[in-house]
Design a protein around this ligand. Structure first.
Ligand SMILES: NC(=O)C1=CN([C@@H]2O[C@H](COP(=O)(O)OP(=O)(O)OC[C@H]3O[C@@H](n4cnc5c(N)ncnc54)[C@H](O)[C@@H]3O)[C@@H](O)[C@H]2O)C=CC1
Ligand SMILES: O=C(O)CCC(=O)C(=O)O
Length: 387
């Protein structure tokens, strides 16, 4: 029996995929798996028993990835599962920035008792007028699951699209409209685009990348859209840009004390993935990944361990070892089994950066003695008897 804990509400359609072999617990300390959306886990004490964290979503900056890796806790996310939800909101964001739709709606609500509202509106509407997005230039920083979808739909809306992604995957390239201008220097986006939308993960190298130096290179009246993470922008610099007139609007999905209620900022309460479809897709994918890992030791879509998939174990035993990615580890593992006279029938070893994961199928079930021998090998973080 496995136990799971939800740090945020997770869609029932996903939770209903758990079989009778799973039980929900309200006590995180007894959970084998944790499901999470945006809850901050950095200050959380990681329970000894915990084996896996599944983020029902894309961004994992709320999870201590390295700390989890060192404890042999696999962190999963759900690539692409909420990308369409975000794409649709980004398009809405561009439209909201182009005419003062929110101001206009508020004006109507404030004048609801005016018997002549139809006539007055015709006089007042000039205050809320704006521009169209067709034929404007859109620059996308990050051409992953979301960036690509935004690029392709923007092309259909008649925009000229520039895209920048130094790590563009082959899959992503296949899905990208050939009309998108793929630039190799982000400055080309800053210098040319009327709308700039950022879709990269928040990591040390991307933190604050939309700052005063970047804004200085941009066109007058640029619209910035940030549906990725607030800390990707230096928002004080963005506010300065708005005050000087350089930045026409800043559309963000991340309310905070810098942008909430600020003139020129259109702030949405983190609604990018808040659609029934995205929530369902993320929940289903997160639960599937977690179950495959808990039952079979397979890792698919992890952000802190390599993918490693040996299917369902048909042998008597399966052991999974989390360890440092360094020389001689496999020799030492196999020696442990050899010393006990246990035959290895199949094996897989994968690495990701500084960590590695080894799955070993055995003709006989692993003994406690053998597991203890593996645990004390220098560089081993965790040994898990899967079967
Ligand atoms: N507002 C919301 O509710 C949501 C926000 N997000 C945020 O959006 C981000 C992107 O999501 P996805 O597109 O699904 O992720 P993804 O992983 O599919 O795409 C990210 C892309 O950014 C690229 N990249 C990384 N560093 C870069 C850099 N310095 N310059 C240019 N490109 C760079 C990567 O190569 C990758 O193609 C997430 O990390 C998350 O923070 C994601 C989903 C929902
Ligand atoms: O779960 C959510 O609503 C947030 C989604 C998100 O920000 C992400 O997937 O990165």
């Amino acid at each position: 029996m496995f136990k799971y804990h939800c740090l945020n509400p997770i869609a029932d359609i996903g939770l209903n995929k758990f079989t009778g072999n799973y039980e929900k617990t309200e006590n995180v300390n007894e959970a084998d798996g944790v499901l999470v959306r945006s809850a901050a886990m950095h200050d959380m004490e990681l329970p000894e028993k915990l084996l896996a964290v599944a983020r029902a979503g894309a961004g994992v900056n709320n999870i201590p990835l390295d700390k989890c890796a060192e404890k042999g806790i696999v962190v999963f996310n759900t690539p692409g599962a909420n990308a369409n939800g975000v794409k649709e909101l980004v398009i809405a964001g561009m439209l909201l920035a182009s005419r003062d739709i929110v101001g206009g709606i508020n004006w109507v609500a404030a004048n609801k008792d005016d018997k002549n509202i139809a006539k007055t509106a015709e006089k007042e509407k000039k205050n809320f007028a704006g521009t169209e997005i067709q034929d404007k230039k859109l620059g996308l920083i990050g051409l992953g699951a979301i960036g690509i979808k935004v690029a392709n739909v923007a092309r259909h809306l008649g925009m000229e699209v520039y895209g920048y992604d130094p790590y563009l995957s082959v899959d992503a390239a296949w899905n990208l409209s050939r009309d998108v201008k793929h630039v190799l220097n982000v400055d080309e986006i800053y210098e040319n685009c009327d709308f700039i939308s950022i879709h990269v993960p928040l990591v040390e190298t991307t933190r604050g990348m939309l700052n005063k130096d970047a804004i200085a290179k941009m066109k007058e009246g640029v619209v910035l859209l940030n549906f990725a993470r607030d800390l990707l922008a230096n928002e004080e610099d963005v506010i300065e840009g708005i005050k000087s007139g350089k930045v026409r609007k800043y559309v963000t999905d991340f309310p905070n004390t810098i942008t909430a209620g600020q003139e020129g900022c259109i702030v949405v309460p983190h609604l990018g993935a808040s659609t029934e479809e995205s929530e369902d897709n993320c929940a289903k994918m997160a639960v599937k990944e977690m179950m495959d890992y808990l039952e079979n030791g397979n890792i698919i879509n992890s952000v802190n361990y390599p993918d490693c998939d040996m299917g369902v174990c048909t042998q008597a035993g399966r052991v999974a070892i989390f360890h440092k990615n360094k020389a001689n580890m496999i020799t030492r593992f196999t020696a442990c089994f050899g010393d006990e006279g246990i035959n290895i029938t199949d094996m897989m070893n994968k690495s990701k950066g500084e960590v590695a994961y080894t799955m070993i199928d055995l003709e006989n079930a692993a003994t406690e003695e053998m597991v203890n021998k593996l645990k004390v090998i220098e560089g081993v973080f965790r040994v898990r008897v899967v079967k």
